[in-house]
Design a protein around this ligand. Structure first.
Ligand code: FAD
Length: 460
């Protein structure tokens, strides 16, 4: 069957993109390397089967609460767009309280059945080793993209635009930081043209006692082990986990990311230092998105377990009530510097016939990857139909996610991101804290319906 579009990668994103395009009448060639015969590796270190849309680890799509949770809201929007991942998830659903969990085998088998029976989809078991030079293409090869294709992507984008490891420092919601203990200032008051008026960092000061207790907490905290195949992927000194640095000596962090020099603590002034003394140690947070709602703990990439991170990081002055948009981690993960190399429609700026989708774009998570696949499918379908793409509003879950990865994130420090309310524009009115989540989802649902109605009123 001659095809209208080639999709590379039959994971969550590629399967969803294929379904969206096929349902709109486009002929899809879906290339999946698992199950291919021939030379070279035709699987990834994490996949266990040849099934399409395999869930490589947990069997959970996380919260299904579309009133109070950003992931639940994403589920809702995907269902409104007839997502195959959500449909198959429903068929495979197992009890999990307010979360959506699935029987992984039933789930993948259902996706595989629907796609392979679809008259507009040809599933081809083949590894693609180079980006196609012509023809509409969606690359959805995931966090463990085959090495040969990764090389081809690097050749197109430049070696510093494709990462092979993420090094995620925790990200904190700005409105959960206690600014009566922290202050905003850049070290030595250094400024650039892009600087904020007061400075670029939120500084959380520590006394010697606090620092020593914190250092011990890093040493003692429960850690996640690297998988054998992750151990084989080198990470740079600049991405070293904070607890590994701590283990090098009690002073190492004070000469590294926690150094207090050049920062005047306004809560600790003396006659000699009326503007404030330098703290013994400091934790710095840097703005992570254009909206200024998310702040990143600088240098705090970590393999501490999630529970241990929350417990320890909430001992930092000013972060006692911190809410984390995401916790730190370090994994093997192939992803693009999307804010730099992709346009707002997920197309490679250097080769616009190629779109990217899924985790390789720098989103994080099963549902997020599938939703970016869904959007890539819709965008490609509109392009094939000669219709202008109407961007999803930034206050919807899908719109917020795609805006973040295609331009709103801090490109210089771009790391994978899951969906969360910190990606949404702040709420206009003063809304009580306990009502904010419903306010975000209520606004999003209204915006999404308006977008859908406008889209459906324009013939394809
Ligand atoms: C070890 C690990 C555990 C994870 N655990 C979770 C979790 O528990 N929960 C969660 O929400 N997220 C998890 N993630 C993150 C992420 O959600 C998943 O990786 C998700 O599967 C990403 O979807 P995707 O469609 O982008 O990529 P994938 O689902 O990985 O799909 C990519 C597909 O492309 C194929 N492929 C790769 N290269 C080629 C090529 N050159 N030619 C043809 N085919 C190719 C692969 O075989 C694969 O089928 C995990 C990631 C990893 C690596």
């Amino acid at each position: 069957m001659a095809h209208d579009i080639h999709i590379i990668g039959g994971g969550l994103a590629g399967s969803e993109a294929a379904w969206q395009l096929a349902q709109r009448g486009y002929k899809v060639r879906l290339s999946e390397m698992r199950g291919a015969s021939g030379s070279g590796a035709n699987t990834t270190p994490a996949h266990q089967s040849d099934a399409l849309a395999e869930l490589v680890c947990s069997n959970s799509f996380r919260s299904d609460d579309d009133e109070k949770n950003a992931v639940g809201l994403l589920h809702h929007e995907m269902r409104r767009l007839d997502s195959i991942v959500m449909q198959a998830g429903e068929v495979a659903r197992v009890p999990a309280g307010s979360a959506m969990a699935v029987d992984r085998d039933v789930f993948s088998a259902e996706v595989e059945r629907i796609l392979s029976e679809h008259p507009n989809i040809t599933v081809v078991r083949e590894r693609v080793d180079a980006l196609p030079e012509v023809g509409p293409t969606i690359v959805a090869t995931g966090p463990l993209t085959a090495a040969s294709l990764a090389e081809s992507i690097v050749a197109e984008t430049g070696s510093d635009r494709l990462a092979f490891f993420d090094a995620i420092a925790p990200i904190v919601h700005r409105d959960s930081i206690d600014m009566s203990k922290c202050w905003i200032q850049s070290r030595w008051n250094k400024r650039t043209a892009a600087s904020n008026e007061d400075g670029d960092y939120i500084n959380c000061p520590m006394t010697k006692e606090q620092y020593l207790a914190f250092h011990q907490g890093l040493i003692d905290g429960d850690k996640t082990d690297f998988q054998q195949w992750e151990k084989d992927t080198p990470y740079f000194e600049g991405c070293m986990p904070i607890e590994v640095m701590a283990a090098r000596g009690v002073e190492t962090l004070r000469y590294g990311p926690m150094k207090g020099v050049g920062l005047d603590n306004p809560y600790h002034t003396t006659e000699e230092h009326p503007q404030g003394r330098w703290p013994y140690a400091v934790v710095q947070l840097r703005q992570d998105n254009k909206l200024g709602t998310l702040w990143n703990m600088v240098g705090f990439q970590t393999k501490l377990k999630y529970g241990a991170q929350v417990e320890l990081f909430r001992t930092i002055p000013g972060l006692e009530n911190a809410e984390f948009a995401r916790l730190g981690g370090l994994h093997r993960n192939t992803f693009l510097n999307s804010p730099v190399v992709l346009d707002r429609q997920l197309r490679l700026k250097a080769a616009p016939h190629i779109r990217f989708a899924g985790q390789v774009t720098g989103c994080e998570g099963y549902v997020e990857s599938a939703s970016v696949g869904l959007m890539a499918g819709l965008m490609a379908a509109d392009e094939l139909a000669g219709r202008d793409w109407t961007p999803l509003p930034g206050d919807t879950a899908m719109g917020a996610l795609v805006s973040h990865i295609t331009g709103d994130a801090d490109a210089a420090h771009f790391q994978p991101m899951n969906v969360n309310f910190g990606l949404f524009p702040p709420l206009a009115e003063r809304i009580k804290k306990k009502e904010r989540k419903e306010a975000y989802t209520g606004r999003a649902k209204q915006s999404f319906e308006n977008w859908l109605a406008a889209r459906e009123s324009v013939p394809a």
